[in-house]
Design a protein around this ligand. Structure first.
Ligand code: PEP
Ligand code: MN
Length: 370
């Protein structure tokens, strides 16, 4: 933390300022290791605060002290997931063949909801028929959503526990991770050993206590952005899970409220991916189905996301979208998924090649420092 003192600050007050800062820190349970005065050349005097936990000291408490002009943090409040804390991208091994981050791309595919047994097997078998070239480092995970978070109380809420045997069978057969949505803390225990990924949907995107509970587990958490959240809010919620002890957090961009509901379910917010990549080391996935919400737009959104460097996709695929109980409108047929997989691989390889070139020639550095 850096504390800038008022212009023409009289050094005679240094002891008093330091004592007040130490008192505020102590109230917040923080012991200050050192306070160094730097007179600088700008006319502003700076106090550099060294302590292990300066993030526990609210900025306004310090800014309200006499002689203090401004406070700057060296790390954002979502410090542990920030690239300033550690620039290395986080790799998450989820289960079996499913991994994401640090070069690994994960495509989470399946119906919006598990419905009928045969239909589920048909969809998953088709998905697993697609083979990816090894240099693309692409893997899959299944959507095995047995619990659905619905807005209307009259809507179908999922097959619930009856779908567990089918999900288990597919997980064992293909050795890949399976995802379900988690809506309440008391459900976490019963998902143990059945699911590998617990998704926090957009309707629960601000459920801080749920994130604290997920931080105490070993599940991979797919955290979706809330429809009206800022990027900083999104990152603060992700930090909550990591700070609780669970580093396996994947940020899932699923679009924000749109000004064009006539044409789009949500505004895709594709640009969040590159922005987030500059800020955090956690893997970033784009949900190309729940963002745009219409089959004919899904493929374009998917291609744009992969080409811009997302670490993964989430896609609804359904063998009979016309009779889907939920979100049939945005589901791709398995045959379309199979045909599109080839283009997704090409887009991924193009991104990897571009990324390699950027690194080799230091283009990112010249963007930042022209
Ligand atoms: C989902 O992925 O099934 C879902 C409900 O998504 P969202 O929470 O983003 O609407
Ligand atoms: Mn859905």
């Amino acid at each position: 933390m850096e504390i800038y003192l008022e212009e023409n600050f009289d050094l005679a007050h240094t002891g008093e300022v330091c004592e007040r800062i130490e008192a505020v820190a102590a109230e917040c349970g923080v012991t200050i290791d050192s306070l160094n005065l730097d007179r600088g050349t700008t006319g502003l005097t700076k106090l550099e605060v060294k302590a292990r936990e300066t993030h526990r000291i609210p900025i306004d408490r310090i800014e309200n002290l006499p002689y203090v002009a401004r406070v700057a943090r060296l790390l954002p409040p979502w410090r542990q997931i920030s690239r300033k804390y550690d620039p290395a991208p986080r790799e998450i091994h989820i289960f079996g063949e499913s991994r994401i981050g640090a070069g690994h791309f994960l495509w989470t595919v399946g119906p919006c909801a598990v419905e009928e047994e045969n239909l589920y097997y048909e969809i998953i078998d088709a998905i697993m028929g697609v083979k990816f070239p090894s240099e693309a480092q692409m893997h899959v995970a299944f959507r095995g959503f047995i619990d659905k978070n619905r807005t209307s109380v009259y809507s179908w809420e999922g097959i619930c526990a009856a779908g567990i045997p089918w999900v288990r069978a597919m997980r064992a057969k293909y050795n890949v991770a399976v995802a379900n949505e988690v809506m309440q803390i008391s459900d976490i225990e019963r998902y143990q050993g059945v699911f590998d990924i617990l998704q926090v949907g957009t309707r629960s995107a601000e459920f801080a206590r749920l994130f604290d509970a997920l931080g105490k587990t070993d599940f991979t958490v797919y955290l979706k952005n809330g429809r009206g959240n800022t990027i900083d809010e999104f990152l603060n919620y992700a930090e909550r899970i990591v700070a609780g002890g669970n580093e396996k957090v994947v940020l899932v961009v699923r679009g924000t409220q749109t000004t064009n509901p006539k044409y789009l379910r949500n505004a895709a917010a594709l640009e969040w991916g590159p922005v987030l990549r500059g800020l955090t080391r956690q893997p970033i996935v784009f949900d190309c189905s729940h963002s745009v919400g219409q089959r004919e737009l899904v493929v374009d959104a998917m291609m744009a996301a992969v080409a811009s460097g997302y670490d993964g996709l989430e896609s609804d695929v359904h063998a009979a979208p016309g009779r889907a109980k939920v979100d049939g409108r945005q589901a791709l047929l398995p045959e379309v998924f199979e045909a599109m997989a080839h283009f997704v691989v090409e887009a991924r390889l193009a991104y990897l090649e571009r990324h390699r070139l950027f690194e080799e020639r230091g283009y990112m550095h010249t963007f930042m420092n022209p």
